[in-house]
Every structure is written in C-alpha cells, then in structure tokens.
Design a protein around this ligand. Structure first.
Ligand code: UDP
Length: 265
C-alpha cells in the first residue's frame, strides 16, 4: 500500500516536472466515463509527443477507443494506468462523439497510427532511435524495413515480437534498454500494452512509450488501413468490421459506450 502510494506521488511529480520542463500548459482534458482524454488537435498532440521524446523519465501515450474506455470502466487498474499517461488522445470517432455528448468536446480524432507515423517522420530528421515491440514474429522486422524506405534516416534500434512468456519480460526490457532507443512502440493490443507499459515503466530507459495496438501490422503491410474516404467519413470502424467480421463482438462496445455517455450526461 505504501509502495503504491509512493509510486502515485512519484508519477504525479514526474508528470508535473516534465510538463513544466517542456513549458506545456497543464493538461486540458475531458473525463469520458472515468478516462481523462486530452482536448488536443493532432498537431498539438504531435508537438507534445516530440517534446516527451526529449524529456528525461519515461512518459506514456495511450490512444483509447470506446472499447478500451468501456473496459476501463470495469477495470480500476486500467483506468488508473490510462489516467497516469502524459497524453491520452481520442482514437476512434466514438470517443470524439462521447465527449460531445458529455458537452465537453475534443477538437478532433487523434488516431494512434497517424500520430505514430507523424512522430516517426519527425524522428527520421533528428535521429532518435525507435524500438518496435509487438505483433507476430517477423512483423516488426517487416515494419522496420518498410519504415526505413518510407522515412530515410529513421533509426530503428531494435525489434521484438509480442508473443512471450512472463519469464521473458526482464530479458525484453534489457534488450530494449541496450538498444539505446528513445521511443518504444508497444503493439500488444489493448489492454495488454497499457498494462505492460505500466508494469515496466520503472525499469525502462526510453523516454517515451506509445501503446499503439495494430500499428506494426499496418506498417508491415499485414493489415490494410481503411481507404481515405472511410477515414474522412468517420467510418474506419465499419471498414474494419467488413474486412474482419470476427471483430464485430469488439465493436458491440460502441453502442454500450454511447448509452453510458448519454446516461452520464
Ligand atoms: N499481439 C501481441 N501479443 C499478444 C496479443 C496481441 O503482440 O499477446 C498483437 C497482435 O499480433 C496485433 C496487435 O497485438 O499485432 C493487436 O492488434 P489489434 O488491431 O487487435 O489492436 P487494437 O485494436 O487493440 O489496437
């Protein structure tokens, strides 16, 4: 209990120091069913992410969708983890509408995949290393090869697939630390990636962890992102169901989420 409280005090202190160090204003968030979501535009989120790459101490960025928020409603630990992040953006149009229903809108959707790509593009110019952790064997390696073509100059410091035994975790942390990466993409799916980051934050030497689900699958070309028109019409979720009907169960969280938001309103 004491150790837990000490951890929370330390998290708060680090968060405050980091924000102050980078001259960031205190976070402007909306509480969506218990999860604090930052009211930031895409460009603001990108600037904050880049600032965190150059700030000592491990920061975390999460990009919750309605499914994760519904999960966090039942799982207090997950809620605390999401709320301890330095930045939590609205991934999924459902969260954007949820905040609107609650009368405290976010400026726009900031999808984890888009934020990651934009950050990697910037890092290709400055040379901070990135470690790719997650997805099935060989996927991270293929993502590395594609990224090196797409963003010449990018430094991919290491890769590791996301299928491991609990006893491998210390070795994975050591591999990440030895790589010298400043940024760690953790792509284990939600809520596994958020919990993994929270568990290992104290041992990692990177400056920024991003929990960004299926990002490596898309970067590797394993999974196709929805066509632009679906994204523009806020129908990416529909495209994902069409491509992979087995995901329908996961999307049932969306109507429940809207009902909960309306109840809260
Ligand atoms: N994954 C992983 N380890 C696991 C479970 C999942 O690395 O133990 C990976 C999986 O291979 C996929 C990603 O996590 O690459 C989850 O992708 P999904 O699109 O489901 O992510 P989400 O929708 O949760 O963002």
């Amino acid at each position: 209990m004491v150790a837990y409280l000490m951890d929370r005090v330390r998290d708060f202190w680090l968060y405050f120091v980091k924000r102050k160090a980078k001259g960031f204003a205190m976070r402007n968030t909306v509480n969506v069913l218990g999860v604090n979501v930052d009211k930031v535009t895409f460009d603001e989120a990108l600037d904050i992410a880049e600032g965190l790459v150059r700030t000592e101490g491990v920061s975390a960025i999460f990009t919750p969708n309605p499914e994760i928020i519904m999960c966090a409603k039942e799982d207090e630990k997950l809620r605390e983890i999401l709320n301890s992040a330095e930045l939590c953006t609205a991934d999924g149009i459902g969260v954007v509408y949820g905040a609107k229903i609650l009368g405290d809108p976010v400026p726009e959707r900031v999808a984890g995949f888009d934020l990651t790509c934009a950050l990697l593009e910037r890092l290709a110019k400055t040379g901070e290393g990135v470690f790719l952790f997650g997805a099935k064997p060989q996927v991270a390696e293929r993502a590395k090869a594609n990224l090196e073509k797409k963003y010449p100059g990018i430094v991919i410091s290491g890769t590791r697939n996301g299928y491991f035994k609990p006893q491998d975790e210390d070795e994975i942390v050591e591999e990440i630390n030895k790589s010298g990466a400043k940024v760690l993409l953790v792509c284990l799916g939600a809520p596994k990636q958020e919990k993994w980051i929270a568990k290992h934050k104290g041992m990692l030497k990177v400056n920024l962890c991003l929990g960004v689900g299926g990002t490596l699958d898309v970067l590797a070309g394993e999974v196709k992102r929805a066509p632009e028109i679906f994204i523009k019409l806020n129908l990416e979720w529909a495209y994902r169901i069409l491509k992979n009907p087995s995901r329908i169960g996961r999307f049932m969280a969306l109507p429940k989420f809207v009902i909960e938001a309306l109840k809260e309103k």
